[in-house]
Ligand binder design. Structure first.
Ligand SMILES: Cc1cc2nc3c(=O)[nH]c(=O)nc-3n(C[C@H](O)[C@H](O)[C@H](O)COP(=O)(O)OP(=O)(O)OC[C@H]3O[C@@H](n4cnc5c(N)ncnc54)[C@H](O)[C@@H]3O)c2cc1C
Length: 339
């Protein structure tokens, strides 16, 4: 285990690569370990990223990897399985047994969209089974769209998607019955409501064609909006003692679980920063990238303070007992690790 970096970034999506770019440009040594499965991989194009609207998700990340490499950052494809604090830094273990050391950690592992368990639904995810109107609304404007209600936010979601199409059907499925006020709102916006359990999503070739109900009826639709449960990919953080917590919307309903962090991404474990969907479930690509940059700058500032403290200590008492002990520990540690 002789690999040492200022920062290991776990997760190389928009958040991780943006953090690595900032750190590389700040002349820090950086390793990005990335599993290569960004959340938006099923989508053909990425929207609402100013200057890159419509870019295929993989294209943005390939450009990001090249930019990080241009400043000396290393990007490897692989999975980090755990991390532990050691000697004032961290040891990260990768699948396959490789271990790397770093002074700081930036974890940007994203989230998993847990989809409703209905036959035919997963196959169409990201194409015409959708969740985010800002990502896909324009692409299905004026089309026949269904909204699958699986919880208290079903009606709200239908009222939101009405902005993109007037041909909207709310499938109550496992969601609650609308209140009298909600019924009035749905009627006022011309949104059809279908009661009864949904049993399948029907497709023909490469397009969604309808929604099958338990009664056998099939309602013709071009797209279906669902509300996945957003679950942070937090295994590496759990190994450091950082747990995910429920995230609730202002009306109180829980949308998923994320690992809490402060405004610049600092977690409850000193030296560990978070950015993107792993800590902010609502983050889009551009905001994940912004959070990565912010965390990268905060990490650099933290390293600067440590470098400064050490430099002042050395200048004041180059041969003080504590400086000697630190030097001995470094030399012994390096010998132990074969350097
Ligand atoms: C279908 C779909 C379409 C979307 N469309 C848009 C859109 O048009 N515009 C938009 O702004 N947003 C869109 N989003 C949201 C967008 O995907 C997220 O905002 C964005 O991906 C968050 O970036 P991130 O860096 O936090 O996570 P991700 O992009 O998910 O990257 C996380 C990375 O970490 C890696 N990873 C995870 N665990 C490990 C580990 N243990 N070791 C190593 N690597 C690991 C993963 O493989 C992945 O590469 C869409 C989402 C979905 C589901």
């Amino acid at each position: 285990m002789d690999e040492r970096y200022d920062v290991v970034v776990v997760g190389g999506g928009a958040a991780g690569l943006s953090g690595a770019l900032a750190l590389g440009r700040a002349r820090r040594s950086v390793l990005v370990v990335d599993g290569g499965q960004p959340r938006n991989a099923p989508a053909d194009a990425m929207h609402n990223y100013l200057g890159r609207d419509g870019t295929p998700p993989g294209e943005l990340l390939a450009a990001g990897r090249a930019e990080v490499a241009g400043y000396g950052g290393q990007v490897v494809t692989g999975e980090a399985v755990s991390a532990r604090a050691e000697d004032g830094g961290f040891v990260v273990r990768l699948a396959g047994g490789r271990q790397v050391r770093s002074r700081r950690l930036l974890v940007t592992t994203g989230l998993v969209d847990e989809l409703p368990d209905l036959p035919g639904l997963r196959e169409r995810w990201g194409a015409d089974v959708l969740h985010c109107p800002y990502c896909h609304g324009w692409e299905v404007r004026d089309r026949a769209v269904g909204v699958l209600s699986t919880g208290p936010a079903g009606v709200l979601k239908a009222l939101l998607w009405r902005q993109w199409t007037a041909d909207l059907t709310l499938f109550l499925h496992t969601g609650p019955e609308p209140t009298a006020e909600e019924e009035e709102q749905l009627a006022a916006r011309g949104i059809a409501v279908v009661t009864g359990e949904v049993t399948a999503v029907e497709s023909s070739g490469d397009r969604l064609t309808g929604i099958r109900l338990a009664s056998g009826r099939v309602v013709a639709r071009d797209a279906l909006v669902v509300s996945p449960v957003f679950t942070a990919r937090s295994a590496v953080l759990a190994s450091l003692g950082l747990a995910a917590a429920d995230v609730a919307m202002p009306d109180g309903h829980v949308v998923g679980r994320a690992v809490p962090a402060g405004p610049s991404g600092a977690s409850a474990v000193p030296g560990v920063w978070l950015a993107g969907n792993v800590t902010d479930l609502m983050s889009q690509v551009v905001t994940a990238a912004a959070a990565g940059l912010q965390a990268g700058a905060a990490i650099n500032a933290d390293l600067l303070s440590e470098d400064l403290r050490r430099a002042v200590q050395e200048r004041r008492a180059p041969f003080s007992p504590s400086a000697e002990r630190e030097l001995c520990e470094t030399v012994l540690g390096d010998r132990r690790h074969g350097i």
